[in-house]
Each structure stands twice: as structure tokens, then as C-alpha cells.
Design a protein around this ligand. Structure first.
Ligand code: PYC
Length: 316
């Protein structure tokens, strides 16, 4: 008998961006803070990540969410988010997808639930109408108005900010943000990321372009994720980083609503309150909706040459 591994998943999308929640069949990462467990995962179980989200079972755009026991005693669940190239610190659209998935399974009821992540606990409130508000980790602008020289483009100015992941938020709206332009937007964002990394900020792995809204929000964005896939949603951690920058610039007051559109026109509502005004740290809350799209069992068969998914470098 060939060895067969079964992984039970539920898929959803949040504003068009997919999330695959792993309910069972994942590796045992042991105990301890999620920041340590995620390192263990990267070192020992990276092929499991690839099997779940990469082709042929997934795609570059899919974000996985491995449910794990929490470390923080105040949390109800723990989650490690991951994508086509590695783990994520936090994931806003994924947390919304996770809550809607758990509600679909009857595991949570409307109310507020604490969730442990590798970058610290967050809260997610499931509203009776199915919307989810994510109270994210403290977010802040690390550096304002950084100009990098991007080959083929020239000087590009943006802010380096943390919203649960690291972002470069480009200030100047030069490119038309439309779905027809995603190839160009991907190309310029990738080049900007490489320039930002090379010119002093190796930690930045998401690039966020902004432009005028198209559907009545305050702004539209295009977010390029670490594995070169663009976020179909307005990006929850990217919206958190944006809120931190708006707060730092005095452009959005505490409690005021900011409607962030993504490249598809789907929107998140964001607001913040100060955690530490002197240090520019805000506590963002991002609200959106998700829809469950599938319940499935992934099969990993030993005789399948791509049982662990297709990773760059696996081709023969
Ligand atoms: O919603 O935070 C987010 C996110 C990060 C990467 C993709 N989506």
C-alpha cells in the first residue's frame, strides 16, 4: 500500500482573495510561541506549505491558514498564515476568511474571538450579518518619504510601514490602478520591491500602490505580495499600514472610517485608535466579508511526483 496523507480544508474568498483553512492533517509543530513554531515549520515542514497552496492543488494567489493550538492563554485559536513562498506574519483577509469558515462549520458564533498569530494576538469580531472586524496588531510607520531609485522607472517615494507584514506604500499615484493593468502593475511593483530591499529595507516584502477610488471609497490600492501574486482584496495588513501612515500624517482622525478599495473594487473599512501617539503606534480595525467556496480533502500520495506541490527549483 502506498502512503496516503489526507488534509481537510475549507476554502473561502475575501473580496476575491482566497484563503484555504487547514483543519486537520497538518504537521505537529509542538508547543511554544507561534513565532517559534513558525520557524520550526519553515525549517522542517516547508513541503507541507507547498503541498497545500502551490500548484497543482492551489495557485500562486492562494493563502493558507494552518489552525494550531494557541500559546497565549487568552486566545481561542492559533493560526499560521502562509503563501506560495513562505509564512506571513499576519493576514487580514485570511483572518476574515478564517472567521467565516469557522462560523460555517458551527465552531464560532457572533461575538469577539481572540486569535494567536506569529506576530501577536489579534481579535476578530463576527457580526450577526456575517461581516468580520479584525483588530490587528499595533501598526506604525517606520520611515516616511523614502525615495528609492528604481531601474527603468527612476525615483519612487514611499513610506515603510508595519501592519502585521512589512510594506512599502508608494506615495505618488503614477500608474492607473485597473484590473486591465495588472501585468504592468506587477512588473513595476516587483521592481520597486527589489530597489527598496537593496536600498536599505530588506524586510519589506509587500508593495502597495495607491490611486483614486473607483467605487465610492477613499482610495484604491494594488498590493503585490511576497511571491509576486497581487492581492485581489484591499489587503488587511496593507490597510493597517495605510491607517498608520494616515494617522502619522494627521490625515485621518481616531475613529474616522477609511474605505480602502482593492484592485477589483472590493472594499475594507478601516479605522484606528492610538496605542501610543508619541511613538506613532495605532491599533487598526479592518472590516470586511468573506464567502465559503469549498470543503475538500486534499490527497497526498507517495507515488505522485508532485505530492508536495510545485516549488521553484523542483522542475527536472
Ligand atoms: O489581507 O493582510 C492581508 C493579506 C496579506 C497578504 C495577502 N492578503
Amino acid at each position: 500500500m502506498q502512503h496516503l496523507q489526507r488534509i481537510q480544508v475549507v476554502d473561502s474568498h475575501t473580496g476575491g482573495e482566497p484563503t484555504r483553512v487547514v483543519l486537520s492533517g497538518g504537521p505537529d509543530l509542538g508547543a511554544g510561541p507561534l513565532s517559534e513554531r513558525v520557524q520550526r515549520w519553515v525549517a522542517q515542514f516547508d513541503r507541507f506549505r507547498s503541498a497545500v497552496v502551490n500548484e497543482p492543488r492551489g495557485s500562486d494567489v492562494l493563502v493558507g491558514a494552518l489552525l494550531v493550538p494557541p500559546h497565549d492563554p487568552g486566545c481561542d485559536f492559533g493560526v499560521i498564515f502562509f503563501n506560495n513562498v513562505g509564512p506571513l506574519g499576519m493576514c487580514g483577509h485570511g483572518t476574515i476568511g478564517l472567521m467565516v469558515t469557522l462560523a460555517h462549520l458551527g465552531r464560532v458564533k457572533p461575538g469577539t474571538h481572540r486569535i494567536d498569530t506569529p506576530v501577536g494576538p489579534v481579535s476578530a469580531t463576527l457580526h450577526p450579518d456575517g461581516r468580520v472586524s479584525v483588530a490587528n496588531v499595533a501598526s506604525y510607520r517606520h520611515r516616511a518619504s523614502v525615495t528609492v531609485d528604481v531601474p527603468g522607472i527612476g525615483g519612487v517615494t514611499g513610506d515603510v510601514a508595519w501592519g502585521g507584514n512589512w510594506f512599502f506604500l508608494v506615495r505618488t499615484p503614477v500608474w492607473e490602478l485597473s484590473i486591465q493593468a495588472v501585468e504592468t502593475l506587477t512588473d513595476v511593483s516587483w521592481r520597486i520591491r527589489q530597489a527598496v530591499n537593496a536600498q536599505g529595507f530588506p524586510e519589506v516584502d509587500h508593495v502597495e500602490l495607491f490611486g483614486p477610488p473607483g467605487c465610492g471609497g477613499h482610495s484604491r490600492n494594488f498590493v503585490l505580495c511576497p511571491g509576486k501574486a497581487y492581492d485581489r482584496s484591499p489587503c488587511g495588513t496593507g490597510t493597517s499600514a495605510k491607517l498608520a501612515c494616515l494617522a502619522a500624517d494627521g490625515k485621518l482622525a481616531e475613529g474616522e472610517i477609511w474605505v480602502q478599495e482593492g484592485i477589483l473594487g472590493s472594499a475594507f473599512e478601516g479605522e484606528y485608535r492610538w496605542e501610543d501617539r508619541a511613538r506613532g503606534r495605532v491599533l487598526p480595525v479592518v472590516t470586511g466579508t468573506a464567502h465559503v467556496t469549498a470543503e475538500a480533502t486534499l490527497l497526498l500520495k507517495e507515488e505522485d511526483p508532485f505530492q508536495w506541490g510545485i516549488r521553484p527549483g523542483d522542475a527536472r
